[in-house]
Design a protein. Structure first.
Length: 718
């Protein structure tokens, strides 16, 4: 690694997470040097020593990427004044910086650190201002001590701001007393980091705080489960903590239950353990569903049969008896759930249900993601929102504006893609639904479950006390689609019989070598499909991979496809993670951003980069959205995306690599979900054995949850 030392001349950019771009003047360089990295609380005038490496950025030229750094205060009177003028200490601006330095000279910082009462001798400084300065000095000293502590224990300075916000000026003593508290309170600091710190501080292997956080770590890292069998939790915790004493772990579990940190109950004779918030969310869903289910619906929909007949004539549809029955149930019940696979008429039912309600009731259409909301809007020709947007979620506070105390005002709430809703989000939604409103859930229970914990739709459909419809009939217009037929075969656990004729819209192409598969898929996307069908490879075709990493992962395909499809465009920007963005690159948004109006799963294209503003512009549906440097963590190239990320979206042509290297991700839900993303054609390429593995693997279907149990208990005791 290289090392440089200089005086901080200017703070060019500083993000809340500590990422900073600054200019420093060294003795060995004529012009100031740009440094970048997570530099924490630095100020103009300080001397900084950095270790790291040099990089040449296509837009900014040569700059120094900082891995570690130490900061020293300025020593000259002019340097001290410049440091104080920068706002490093609250209460001291340019005017008072000059007065203080004029009075104390080069002794200023020593006096401020050791005897700030001498500030009373500075002409023009009042008592209130001195008190403000002294408070700032105490916080500054606490921050310096914290930064030194983090450095000494090999922890990033990026955590300093979050730690101080959580614990204030007592941060250091709080951490030293119980480092495991960091894993509970500070987002991004996990159990392993806290455990390493505790080990350096000499905390015992069987310390109760260590065992407690280990238990919570095991519960909070369950893959989709909301609860865990007690025996499994004890074994997992023992493995994570490397403790052989099961009895002490069980003792701490019971202690956490007594403290109401954990929740315990038995399901079919098996003792189960929840974190308290997830248990309360599942009980909350149960209670809210019961409230909605038994509420008196205001102004029931009238003349349903006559209105439905008129709607059929208007839209040119003829519904079968089962569809009519499902619609009548949905529009007359306070709560109703509808599920069915592709081709079974979910979209038709959604259109007809919303059409019936449209002129009679206040209607709210929702979906879990932005892409799913857009599809719902297209299907109904009505405005649809994400659940987070409708409930006015504040990412800064983590709070929803609409809740139990401030419910929504709509008469009917229709939620599409309900299989994607996790336990916490569904609980928040139910609390915001007023008692007079009707709730209709629509989704395909055989798709991938939610990324977050729970199997909400499945548990609701399995509950005997709730109104529901299963759509099983595949309609004539869908029967000709091999995509739909093969999807239903996979759902049943059967191996599809792929046909490679001109009438087929779903193909399986055998290949074994990963590099051959990657190159062949890239060639199909960039040449064969555009040549045969006249499609645009970026807008009409999507590669869906089971994994992000590896030779057949999302990243590998994106590198290859960017080179094939967009190499002629110049590099506009190189992101901190090394990703090169070119004009017209296809990108995907990775999280909801309500300020910018772009949502998790939205697909856009790189439009322009303005170096003077350090801003990348990405076009979404004819609208440009600005991305500053720190915002680039929210996007990724999207010539290929993961199957999980594309859930709730569709594309005319879909290509899916399937190989044994995807083994730990391959399961029936994943393959079924991927196949049903294609509207006109789906091509699978890879190994038949991997295809068989996916179809026969049901591992993703079973999750330990309590919702079904709570719904059953509630139904039996009402």
């Amino acid at each position: 690694m290289d090392q440089i030392t200089g005086v901080i001349e200017r703070i060019t950019y500083q993000h809340d997470n500590g990422f900073t771009v600054a200019k420093i003047q060294t003795e060995t360089h004529a012009k100031p040097i740009a440094i970048t990295g997570h530099l924490g609380d630095i100020h103009v005038g300080q001397s900084i020593t950095c270790t790291g490496h040099w990089e040449t950025n296509a837009n900014y030229g040569q700059q120094f990427t900082v891995q570690t750094h130490t900061v020293q205060p300025p020593t000259t009177a002019s340097g001290i004044e410049r440091y104080l003028r920068s706002g490093a200490i609250k209460g001291i601006g340019p005017v008072y910086a000059k007065k203080i330095v004029d009075h104390f000279g080069e002794e200023t910082l020593r006096i401020l650190d050791t005897d700030s009462t001498q500030l009373h001798a500075v002409p023009g400084l009042g008592k209130k201002r001195i008190a403000l300065i002294q408070e700032s000095l105490r916080n500054s000293q606490a921050n310096r001590n914290l930064l030194l502590f983090l450095s000494d224990h090999q922890l990033s300075h990026t955590w300093a701001t979050k730690i101080q916000e959580q614990y204030g000026s007592n941060s250091l003593s709080v951490i030293q007393n119980n480092p495991y508290i960091l894993a509970k309170d500070i987002s991004g600091i996990g159990f392993k980091t806290a455990d390493q710190l505790a080990h350096r501080l000499g905390i015992r292997h069987d310390d109760p705080n260590r065992i407690d956080v280990g238990i919570l770590h095991c519960l909070e890292t369950l893959s989709g489960h909301t609860c865990c069998p007690l025996d499994t939790l004890v074994k997992n915790t023992a493995t994570v903590l490397n403790l052989a004493d099961y009895a002490v772990i069980q003792h701490r579990i019971h202690a956490l239950i007594d403290q109401e940190t954990l929740y315990a109950s038995s399901i079919e004779g098996t003792p189960m353990i929840w974190t308290r918030p997830l248990a309360m969310a599942e009980w909350g869903i149960t209670n809210e569903l019961r409230r909605i289910q038994h509420a008196q619906v205001r102004a029931p929909l009238t003349d349903i049969i006559e209105n439905l007949a008129q709607l059929e004539r208007r839209v040119g549809l003829t519904l079968d008896p089962a569809q009519k029955q499902a619609i009548c149930q949905a529009v007359t019940q306070p709560f109703h759930a509808i599920t069915g696979g592709p081709g079974t008429g979910k979209s038709t039912l959604t259109r007809m249900i919303t059409g019936l309600f449209y002129n009679q009731k206040s209607l709210l259409l929702l979906a879990p993601t932005g892409r799913a909301a857009k599809r719902l809007s297209q299907a109904t020709q009505l405005v649809a929102k994400t659940i987070h947007s409708a409930l006015s979620y504040d990412f800064a506070t983590g709070e929803f504006s609409y809740n139990k105390k401030r419910p929504l005002t709509h008469d009917v709430v229709v939620v599409d893609e309900a299989s994607m809703i996790d336990t916490r989000l569904f609980h928040q939604l139910l609390m915001a639904i007023p008692s007079h409103a009707q709730l209709i859930l629509i989704g395909d229970v055989d798709q991938l479950p939610s990324i977050g914990p729970g199997t909400v739709l499945q548990d609701i459909l399995n509950s005997p006390g709730l109104s529901k419809t299963y759509l099983t009939h595949i309609f004539r217009q869908a029967q000709g689609s091999h995509i739909i037929r093969h999807a239903h075969s996979i759902q049943r656990g059967d191996i599809p019989q792929f046909m490679h004729g001109p009438e087929s819209d779903c193909f399986f192409m055998e290949a074994d070598d990963p590099d051959t598969i990657l190159q062949d898929i890239a060639h199909i996307m960039t040449h064969r499909l555009p040549k045969k069908y006249g499609i645009h490879p970026q807008t009409d075709c999507q590669i869906l991979s089971p994994m992000n990493t590896g030779p057949l992962g999302v990243h590998a395909f994106n590198t290859e496809l960017q080179q094939r499809l967009n190499h002629h465009n110049p590099i506009l920007l190189t992101a901190p993670d090394g990703t090169e963005y070119r004009k017209d690159d296809k990108i995907i948004q990775l999280r909801n951003n309500y300020d910018s109006g772009v949502f998790n799963g939205d697909i856009g294209t790189v439009d322009a980069y303005y170096a003077d503003r350090k801003t990348l512009f990405i076009r979404f549906d004819e609208r440009d959205v600005e991305y500053k440097l720190p915002d680039l963590i929210d996007i990724r190239l999207a010539y290929a995306v993961s199957i999980h990320k594309y859930q709730g979206s569709e594309c005319p042509y879909v290509i899916i690599p399937i190989h044994r290297m995807h083994q730990h991700m391959l399961n029936r839900n994943l393959l079924y979900t991927a196949l049903t993303r294609g509207k006109r054609m789906v091509i699978l390429m890879g190994q038949p054995t991997a295809l068989h593995t996916a179809i026969h693997n049901m591992s993703a279907i079973h999750r330990h949850t309590g919702l079904g149990y709570f719904l059953t208990v509630s139904n039996s005791t009402k």
